[in-house]
Design a protein around this ligand. Sequence first.
Ligand SMILES: Nc1ncnc2c1ncn2[C@@H]1O[C@H](COP(=O)(O)OP(=O)(O)OP(=O)(O)O)[C@@H](O)[C@H]1O
Ligand SMILES: [Mg+2]
Length: 245
Amino acid sequence: MLAIEDLRAGYGDVAVLRGASLEVGPGEIVALLGSNGAGKTTTLRAISGLVRPTGGAIRFAGERIEALSPPEIVGRGVLQVPEGRKLFPSLTVEENLDLGAYARVPKGQRGETREQVFRLFPVLAARRRQAAGTLSGGEQQMLAIGRGLMGRPRLLMLDEPSLGLAPQVVDRIFDVIATINREGTPVLLVGPGAARAGRGPPGVPRTVRSSGAFRTPGRRARWVVYEATRNPAGRNRLPTLPSVL
Ligand SMILES: Nc1ncnc2c1ncn2[C@@H]1O[C@H](COP(=O)(O)OP(=O)(O)OP(=O)(O)O)[C@@H](O)[C@H]1O
Ligand SMILES: [Mg+2]
């Protein structure tokens, strides 16, 4: 579905990604982990077209996308829920959601997509006319994910969705991510917080798909990409991840 090969990207003279490769297959949840500054957000930004790669290839559904503009990439259904949520605090819940649909979903179909989001996050329905800035941190994260879903993603990318949230809220958010995935959307999940998603049943097998050396200036970051596994009930779960991350 998504395949990144030997990706090189950075900011000005600073090379952040020096040959990064990863794949997200149809129906998978893939967690991308690494220390602060390792280049996780840069990877997502490169996929979204917000950082222009200097080398390598990004393929989505078989097509090279690394030279496309951000709107063209969004148009293909590659949607990113950014680190730090980036909501519009003075707009209502509903207005923030509609912004997510703007580029991809015709006006007449937005209501239906919005109802799907409200089914996943009932708390947003109850607060639909409330300003986003008045929501709790967890509700804001739900709204940021909901806004991503409004664009009917073919690939949903989430940057640190659990940052700064209470454990119960994190559980709720990862349950919803698992539901979104079960309903057919592949997910690329980024950040040390992704490790929390691993609290599935103990002993779930895990596959290390690739681990490697994405080098950041001045230090070597350890990057590990884990493939989500299916437990016997057929639910897609992220594996338990090493606590060092
Ligand atoms: N706009 C920018 N201009 C210059 N350097 C940047 C910019 N954004 C990020 N960097 C640098 O690129 C490197 C990778 O940053 P990135 O945000 O991708 O890391 P990350 O893995 O997402 O980290 P974190 O876990 O802290 O979110 C860092 O050294 C950072 O300082
Ligand atoms: Mg980051």
